[in-house]
Design a protein. Structure first.
Length: 569
């Protein structure tokens, strides 16, 4: 053993720190602290006296051996997505990445295929495997670097989807209608769930300052990793996401993996990356002191201010308050650590916190404002996965005693005008007063229908009837749809209204003729506009032959709440 260097430093009068580095293979740093003071000394939390260490002849000698032999144990790590039972996206290039000691060789085996690379100066490494087809055959992922080995078992190639949003996506299977019987029958090795749950639930609580000081996007989500569907794993998983995955499994016959990231109460802003705000002059101001910014969703900033009471009373200098409602927080906490893990697409159920000015029964937020945010979010997902055609399927807000018609219309327009998106209509499965309707199976299965029809190009119904054309005729209006329609219940179509030039809407009767509905009202001699299910909690029943409901719609573009213009003299 030979020394590599000697250095002595005086810490204070009478105390000398000597460091000596010993050569490999031990790579030991020897630290000697010699106290030559005539009185007892203090070293941090420890105190020594001559009486206690009299055998050292009046001096104190403390030797610390710090083992630092590279490669450091525990330096090799795989990225977050790679756990036992992981579903890997089929038919796409598969990157595998992680960290280790800088400059070391990394060997990666995925099943029978192998790749080798060298860790960069910051310790990161990544390899990429060519696409393979979906398979029920399990494989191992093995990674080695130096003397370290990491193995992940029971991985399969299949279909991977992100499920995100706020509380209705978060709504647990155990709390859903038919939840109990669904859970008891949920054993399926081919349906695998990765359930991320937030450490701080934004309920009506003032959280301790100590908790907030330790909270950040890196540690916000907690998960048990990938688990096969079973009565043990499904009760606390998203009901909507479970029913979505279950229908995909039934139809596709390949492994399906769902990564759940929803958090109750969250606004769209929390799920968007900060870059989406920074590149948009209209959205950028929302980053400034969001918790008291009057343009940030009101309910969210007020609830966050309550949760953050102890933080805001004495905020740490230079730090912004940590909260899942903050702009960009959930993107940084949930999406960033997954990238570039391939996925097939995203399912989304959110809007309750953005639809009205107070997040409750107040006035609607301007449609253009929410559309700008929603399209920015969709673009962000597609940029992140470098896929301009990444499928995004979302849930239109259901019936409830809140002012949601404009938000539903915004969602309808996005589904019609933004490529590779689709909307599951749920106007028929809402509740008049409960923001969390318990019937989640139709919601998840309708989302799955969109994916099966559009992404997987299967011959299934992918959504409700769409209005194609509107014509004014003598004493009535003609509505033309993309398929045959009918009342889902009863003999009459409910929910239609017409208005004349006075812009006053009245209930209307309808005659259905295949794809055509003829609409009229005794109280409106000459209709110029027609609306369907245009109410908070409408009585409506228009559906297609598969009983999929039609979306609420209107043929006018009149400002909501505006008076009719005065007639010309």
């Amino acid at each position: 053993m030979r020394t590599m260097g000697l250095r002595a430093t005086t810490l204070s009068p009478g105390i000398v720190l000597t460091t000596t580095t010993v050569a490999a293979p031990l790579n030991v740093l020897m630290i000697v602290v010699d106290d030559m003071r005539p009185e007892p000394g203090c070293y941090g939390a420890r105190q020594f006296t001559r009486g206690r260490l009299r055998g050292l002849a009046g001096s104190i000698l403390v030797v610390l051996l710090i083992l630092c032999a590279p490669p450091m144990e525990g330096a090799l790590e795989l990225a977050r997505p790679f756990q036992d039972h992981t579903v890997l996206q089929a038919d796409k290039p598969m990157p595998v990445w992680g960290t280790t000691v800088p400059g070391t060789e990394v060997r990666v085996s995925l099943g029978t295929r192998r790749q080798t690379t060298t860790a960069a100066a910051d310790g990161t490494w990544q390899v990429e495997f060519a696409p393979v087809e979906a398979s029920n055959d399990a494989i191992e992922l093995r990674v080695s670097s130096g003397k370290e080995r990491v193995t992940r078992s029971d991985l399969v190639f299949g279909e991977v989807w992100i499920a995100s949003g706020q509380s209705n996506m978060r709504w647990m299977l155990k709390d859903c209608a038919i939840g109990k019987e669904t859970i008891s029958a949920s054993n399926d090795e081919g349906l695998r769930l990765c359930n991320f749950q937030g450490r701080l639930h934004p309920g009506g609580t003032k959280y301790p300052r100590e908790l907030l000081l330790g909270l950040n996007p890196d540690n916000y989500y907690q998960t048990k990793g990938w688990e096969s569907a079973s009565p043990k794993s499904t009760p606390t998983f998203s009901g909507v996401a479970y029913f979505f995955g279950q229908r995909l499994r039934t139809n596709l016959k390949v492994p399906v993996g769902i990564i759940h990231l929803a958090v109750g109460g969250t606004p769209m802003e929390a799920h968007m990356p900060k870059s989406a705000f920074q590149r948009d002059d209209t959205l950028r101001p929302l980053l400034r002191e969001w918790w008291k910014n009057p343009n940030y969703p009101q309910w969210c900033r007020q609830r966050a201010a309550l949760n953050l009471t102890e933080w805001l009373r004495d905020p740490p200098e230079g730090q912004k308050p940590p909260h899942p409602f903050a702009p960009g927080f959930l993107w940084e906490a949930g999406i960033d650590p997954l990238l570039p893990f391939p996925v097939r697409g995203v399912i989304w159920y959110q809007g309750e916190s953005n639809a009205t000015v107070d997040g409750a029964r107040g006035a609607p937020v301007a449609k253009a404002v929410n559309r700008r945010k929603f399209e920015a979010l969709i673009k962000s997902w597609r940029r992140a996965w470098r896929d301009e055609e990444l499928p995004v399927y979302f849930v239109q807000l259901p019936g409830l005693n809140r002012n949601w018609p404009l938000f539903r219309e915004m969602q309808l327009e996005v589904s019609q005008q933004v490529p590779n998106t689709g909307m599951a209509v749920t106007i028929d499965v809402g509740h008049p007063t409960n923001v969390h309707p318990k019937s989640k199976k139709p919601v998840g299965e309708r989302l799955a229908g969109l994916a099966l029809a559009n992404t997987y190009e299967m011959k299934v119904s992918g959504g409700g009837a769409q209005l194609l054309e509107y014509k004014e005729e003598a004493g009535r209006v003609r509505l033309i749809f993309d398929r045959d329609v009918r009342p889902a219940s009863g003999r009459e179509v409910l929910g239609l209204e017409v208005a004349g030039r006075d812009r006053k809407f009245h209930p209307a009767t309808a005659r259905v003729e295949g794809k055509v509905i003829l609409v009229e009202s005794d109280r409106v001699p000459q209709p110029v506009a027609c609306r369907y299910a245009w109410a908070s909690f409408p009585a409506c029943n228009l559906a297609d032959s598969m009983d999929l409901p039609a979306s609420p719609f209107r043929t006018d573009n009149w400002a909501i709440g505006a008076k009719a213009p005065k007639a010309d003299n």
